[in-house]
Design a protein around this ligand. Structure first.
Ligand SMILES: *Cc1c(COP(=O)(O)O)cnc(C)c1O
Length: 398
């Protein structure tokens, strides 16, 4: 039988066909009026997509490059910073700030959980140069309460910069950059914006620009001040990822088209889409007897699923791939073998979720030997969708 390859990984995510066409046609030089017009259009769209009046910059690198830039540009060796970590990406912040000579205070939450805000409050000191956190921790699929942390920070440590890795948070959860005072918010191309890996984008506040003038850590390729100067002229400091920029423009057009051409509402529709798909997937998987790895604060970006005791999640990942060409992600680090992860961010629709749960019914039965009736998981997912669809229709008719 034909098996279509389907990505359900939380980055890279499925590609938008319109973006693929735009990338294939992007045979243009970057120091031309054509590219400058494209670059300026995409930067303006990104500001709306991120939802900020701050500058938004694009970098030719994966998400981690922008994470590094937000450490090297804001800090000096010996600075005290606070890192909130609840998984592999939080741990990446810890390694990064240490690599740049910062003294890291760390608040951690167990894998699968989010932070206790009281503990953050206890750890936060006004002398912290910056606080680094994720909006959603993709390794465990937990959603963090960025708003609560932001409120705490502005009350207790008003000079501390707030840096948020929104690489899977953007397009899957509401983030009010200007209202909450997020100084740097980072996104990546291979997540909710439906294009291949290779671009990172970040919003930068005036406070962050001011801090950069005083910070002394070394930076060259990732010197954000240089990018900002060039961006004003519609250029990047070095050769940009031209095709990805073209693809990103097409993807942002598509997201806007979800709300009649209004990108801000399109972003909200994209978040709602991820929320409904995530809720349907959670219901379907639980109806099959699986346990959610992050039940208390689940992200809409992706869902981590624990396999029953004594079973290996790698078997599920392997079986989904070999039987259905369906690509999922194993757990990272210590979580490998214990969980598998499926994504909902970006170009996923409801029928993708139904297909996933349908495939999982076969795997649960044949690979894991669980007692499952065909349709048991799918029906649970369908009920979630039906309820969401009827309330959306109700809203639209008002
Ligand atoms: C994907 C991801 C990253 C970035 O990883 P890259 O491989 O550098 O793109 C960082 N943080 C989170 C939360 C992610 O999901």
């Amino acid at each position: 039988m034909i098996r279509k390859t389907r990505l359900y990984t939380p980055g890279p995510t499925p590609l938008l066909p319109a973006a693929q066409f735009a990338m294939a046609a992007a045979d243009i030089h970057h120091r031309t009026p054509e590219f400058r017009a494209l670059y300026q259009k995409v930067l303006a769209q990104l500001k709306v997509f991120v939802g900020t009046r701050n500058d938004v910059l694009l970098l030719a690198c994966s998400g981690t490059g922008a994470m590094e830039a937000s450490v090297s540009n804001l800090t000096s060796p010996g600075d005290r910073v606070l890192v909130l970590t609840a998984g592999k990406f939080g741990e990446r912040w810890v390694s990064l700030v240490k690599a740049f000579g910062c003294e890291a205070d760390v608040v951690s939450a167990p894998y699968g959980e989010t932070f206790d805000v009281d503990e953050v409050q206890k750890a936060l000191k006004p002398e912290h140069k910056a606080l680094y956190m994720q909006a959603t921790e993709t390794s465990t699929t937990v959603r963090h309460d960025v708003e609560a942390v932001a409120r705490l920070l502005h009350a207790m440590a008003p000079d501390t910069l707030l840096v948020v890795d929104g690489i899977t948070g953007l397009g899957t959860t509401h983030l009010d950059v200007d209202g909450w005072g997020i100084d740097i918010l980072i996104g990546g191309s291979q997540k909710a914006v439906m294009i291949p890996p290779g671009l990172a984008y970040l919003s930068v506040s005036e406070r962050a620009w001011a801090a950069m003038e005083k910070s002394t850590n070394p930076r060259f390729y990732f010197d954000l001040r240089k990018e900002r100067k060039n961006a004003v002229k519609g250029e990047s400091a070095y050769t940009p990822a031209v095709a990805l920029v073209a693809g990103l423009g097409a993807a942002l057009d598509y997201i806007a088209a979800q709300a009649g051409g209004d990108l801000e509402n399109g972003r909200i529709a994209l978040i709602d889409n991820a929320e409904v798909n995530a809720a349907a997937a959670r219901a379907g998987l639980q109806a099959l007897g699986f346990t959610l790895f992050a039940p208390t604060a689940p992200a809409a970006a992706a869902t981590a699923v624990a396999v029953p005791e004594g079973m290996n999640s790698g078997e599920v990942v392997k079986a989904l791939k070999s039987r259905f060409a369906l690509v999922t992600a194993n757990g990272q680090g210590e979580m490998q073998g214990k969980i598998f992860r499926v994504a909902h961010l970006g170009f996923f629709d409801y029928l993708d979720t139904v297909a996933l749960i349908g495939a999982m019914e076969h795997i649960a039965k044949d690979t894991l030997g669980l007692k499952v009736e065909y349709g048991q998981g799918v029906a649970a997912a369908q009920r979630v969708y039906a309820k969401a669809a009827s309330s959306q229709e109700l809203e639209a008719s008002r």
